[in-house]
Write a protein that binds this ligand. Structure first.
Ligand code: NAG
Ligand code: NAG
Ligand code: NAG
Ligand code: NAG
Ligand code: NAG
Ligand code: NAG
Ligand code: NAG
Ligand code: NAG
Ligand code: NAG
Ligand code: NAG
Ligand code: NAG
Length: 677
């Protein structure tokens, strides 16, 4: 990860007026944060509390601290905390106060990124879906209904932090809070209302009197510095995202150190910390060393001199002269010379130990006797209640209670119909078509497109045919449908302007015969059913298993929309546990009634590989034996191929100075720019 310097653009003026005697005073200037009068050079990284479990937090924080971090930053996840207006939930993985107190207990600071729009591959960017149904709402702009709910939630969180004494001004660990998130990306899309909204948000935040500065994360030059990966449990991931969140972080999804990345960063933090006085107080100069090479030098009369030598050439080693010395700079790297003459660190030279992940198969669930199956019923037009003459928008009906929405129709061709083909244009993420309860075909989109077509031959006869189409969303979107909607302004489509206008689901349905085409989009009655039967009955919970009729696994198993259940014993020891679902297609899995998230093995990467096959099951979800595993398979899969695995890492020291595979472009050091007193 990159070293995060003062790249936050601080746009909100701090009011550190009444500082209680036991608290700290946090201020800043153009150069650094100042805590109790001392300039501080602080390294920060993210741990997103709901992406791990409270049992994992202490060790994650300890590893982050040992790696040289001073500040843990986290978003606040509005849709987890306020599932219905005015109803709050801070239990379990949502226990923000407990998380912050743990950070405090370990002696680190906190940057609380309230947002409340956070993006972060999190469903609906963190907004609760009920906002969608507030009359007249327009998100993230100068709109009264939005401002009301945003202020209401922000106030709730700030008051909670204050009541627990968690702001630095009260003696707590929170030294910064963040309001909004990367708003400059979308501000222009809202014109004057964007500008007045920013003013309002800043004033509103400052009015909450936290005694510590507020920031708006506006930088375009720095990526989000995640230090810990994590897991999107339940249905919390955004569109097309599965459970594994930034497993490449220095502390991986399972909470294990990812080496050499973690050790390399630890060294970097140590080197920079040792020079912090010069960096914070010295005079800065910057000059070229070559066409693609430059030096940043910090000089302090008493403290000495620190230099950063940059080589931007992506292919070649650059040999440069600097202050009477000669240095070989590897391609795309930065060398650090704490006394301006000895290189002690180069971003591309890795000496830290390296690590290799080991996946040990522990329990193979490969015998048919241990599984039972239940096929979710395919509803048809005679069962579904709501009927309209048009196709309705998917999210408005499901309200995020389920990924699934059934569209059903009765259809009888006027005359003979040879080679009938069903055509669907969908703005959701997947669709499956059934005729008279029998599967006919399916299709899905991918992260880079906003819609997809399903074209499948179907059996039709001259009588009445019952067509049922399952529309599926794998996570709510975090951006508007179509860039042209906000042209010429939408600069960054992932940043959430006009999210409330987003539509999903079936937009056009037709049947083409050789003789004639039928457009079923309008003027036909459609029936709807939200969710699957098994979801309604919550058959993934032990106490509800009996409400479905489960059968032995049969060779015909593998049809779409099948639930499977089995039990397994936990792997011994305390290595992290994962399910290998590589034999499955797409769906969701629950262990002892808790959702470990959506899986989508059949969604392939650009290289044609399954996007994710290992799915983390936190130890705290498990008992020693007889853990209930329920898997909903939406397409087709072979449960006999599922296994329970233990994950570990083996570390080896690598004596030679390696040319790095660790430092990607994202993870480059950011040299402090233009910082003058
Ligand atoms: C937030 O709104 C609820 C009603 O939804 C109200 O009861 C509560 O007092 C409000 N809280 C704040 C801090 O404004
Ligand atoms: C090197 O790359 C950085 C980041 O893109 C840029 O800011 C800097 O100006 C470049 N310097 C030189 C000398 O090419
Ligand atoms: C470089 O060498 C010259 C001549 O030996 C000396 O005068 C100068 O001080 C040296 N510069 C540095 C930065 O050491
Ligand atoms: C710089 O530091 C190294 C040890 O890290 C030392 O050997 C060297 O003499 C120092 N050079 C100067 C000019 O202080
Ligand atoms: C429609 O569903 C009902 C039960 O839900 C079933 O009895 C009936 O056979 C189905 N009709 C068709 C044509 O599939
Ligand atoms: C679908 O079911 C209806 C009602 O049972 C029946 O009349 C029709 O022939 C069936 N269509 C097909 C394609 O099986
Ligand atoms: C079907 O009807 C809809 C709504 O009237 C229309 O937007 C769409 O273009 C039509 N599709 C075709 C293929 O004609
Ligand atoms: C639906 O019916 C209206 C009124 O009869 C007609 O104007 C329209 O073209 C029809 N749409 C389709 C898709 O058939
Ligand atoms: C997962 O299981 C499959 C067999 O179903 C196996 O080929 C694959 O190597 C396993 N993956 C891992 C990471 O162990
Ligand atoms: C690698 O070397 C370091 C420092 O010498 C040592 O602390 C660490 O235990 C070694 N790691 C392994 C896996 O041997
Ligand atoms: C040492 O590092 C190099 C480059 O990263 C790697 O190719 C090699 O496998 C490593 N050796 C060991 C023993 O880890």
């Amino acid at each position: 990860m990159e070293v995060r310097w003062w790249v936050w653009v601080v746009v909100v003026v701090a009011v550190a007026a009444a500082v209680e005697s036991r608290g700290s005073e946090v201020t800043y200037d153009g150069r650094s944060l100042i805590i109790d009068g001392q300039r501080r050079l602080l390294f920060s990284g993210s741990i997103h509390y709901p992406r791990s479990t409270p049992e994992m937090w202490p060790s994650l924080i300890a590893k982050a601290k040992e790696g040289g971090l001073d500040v843990i930053q986290t978003y606040v996840f509005w849709n987890l905390h306020e599932p219905q207006p005015g109803q709050y939930d801070f239990s379990g993985r949502r226990d923000l106060v407990k998380f912050i107190k743990e950070i405090h207990a370990q002696g680190l600071y906190v940057c609380l990124r309230i947002g409340p729009y956070i993006e972060s591959e999190w469903t609906y960017g963190g907004f609760p879906f009920w906002l969608h149904d507030i009359p007249g709402i327009s998100y993230r702009t100068d709109n009264e209904p939005f401002k009301f709910y945003m202020q209401n939630f922000t106030t709730k969180i700030v008051n909670l932090m204050k009541s627990e004494g968690l702001y630095a001004s009260q003696g707590g660990p929170i030294i910064l809070s963040q309001i909004e998130n990367e708003y400059q990306n979308i501000e222009a899309a809202f014109g004057d209302k964007g500008r007045s909204y920013v003013q309002w948000a800043a004033k509103m935040a400052v009015g909450l009197q936290t005694g510590v500065p507020w920031v708006m994360c506006k930088q375009t030059d720095a990526p989000d510095p995640v230090y810990h990966g994590g897991t999107n449990f339940g249905r919390t991931a955004s569109a097309y995202v599965t459970t594994s969140y930034y497993d490449q972080a220095p502390i991986d999804e399972y909470g294990l150190l990812r080496q050499p990345k973690w050790g390399h960063l630890k060294e970097l933090h140590t080197v920079i910390k040792a020079s912090s006085k010069t960096l914070l107080e010295g005079q800065q100069s910057n000059f070229a060393l070559g066409q693609l090479q430059e030096a940043y030098v910090f000089q302090d009369e008493t403290e000495g001199c620190v230099a950063f030598l940059v080589n931007n050439d992506t292919n070649n080693v650059a040999t440069i002269e600097f202050q009477n010395g000669s240095y070989d700079l590897p391609p795309r790297s930065i060398s650090i010379l704490p006394n301006c003459s000895n290189e002690v660190f180069n971003t591309a030279k890795v000496t830290a130990e390296s690590g290799k992940r080991i996946t040990k198969l522990n329990v193979a669930l490969n015998s048919a006797e241990r599984w039972k199956a239940f096929s979710d019923p395919i509803p048809n037009f005679s069962d579904t209640s709501l009927e309209t003459g048009a196709l309705l928008e998917h999210m408005s009906l499901t309200k995020d209670k389920s990924d699934y929405l059934w569209f059903t129709i009765r259809f009888q061709p006027d005359s003979s119909c040879t080679k009938p083909v069903l055509n669907i244009l969908s703005f959701a993420h997947a669709a499956h078509a059934f005729v008279n309860g029998t599967y006919a075909g399916g299709a899905h989109g991918n992260h880079d497109v906003k819609n997809f077509m399903l074209e499948t031959p179907i059996p039709l006869d001259s009588g009445m045919n019952y067509i049922s189409i399952l529309s599926v969303m794998a996570g709510l979107p975090i951006e508007e449908n179509d860039d042209t909607v906000c042209l010429p302004y939408c600069i960054n489509k992932d940043s959430g302007a006009f999210l409330e206008r987003r539509f999903a689901g079936l937009r056009q349905v037709g049947i083409t015969c050789e003789e004639q085409s039928y457009n079923l989009t309008a003027n036909y009655s459609w029936g709807y059913q939200v969710g699957l039967k098994g979801e309604e009955l919550q058959i993934y919970k032990e106490e509800n298993l009996g409400s479905a009729i489960w059968s032995e696994l049969e060779p015909t198993a593998g049809q779409p929309l099948t639930w499977y259940q089995t039990t397994f014993d936990s792997p011994t020891g305390d290595d992290p546990v994962a399910l290998n679902l590589s034999a499955m297609g797409k769906g969701e899995a629950w262990v002892n009634g808790q959702s470990i998230g959506r899986y989508w093995v059949s969604l392939l990467t650009a290289q044609g590989k399954p996007s994710q096959t290992l799915y983390h099951v936190p130890r705290s979800f498990l008992k020693t034996s007889d853990n209930l595993l329920v898997v909903l398979e939406e397409i087709t899969g072979d449960p006999l191929g599922v296994s329970v695995d233990a994950i570990s890492t083996t570390y080896t020291n690598n004596s030679s100075n390696n040319v790095d595979t660790v430092t990607s472009e994202k993870e480059f050091i950011i040299i402090p720019k233009g910082i003058q007193k």
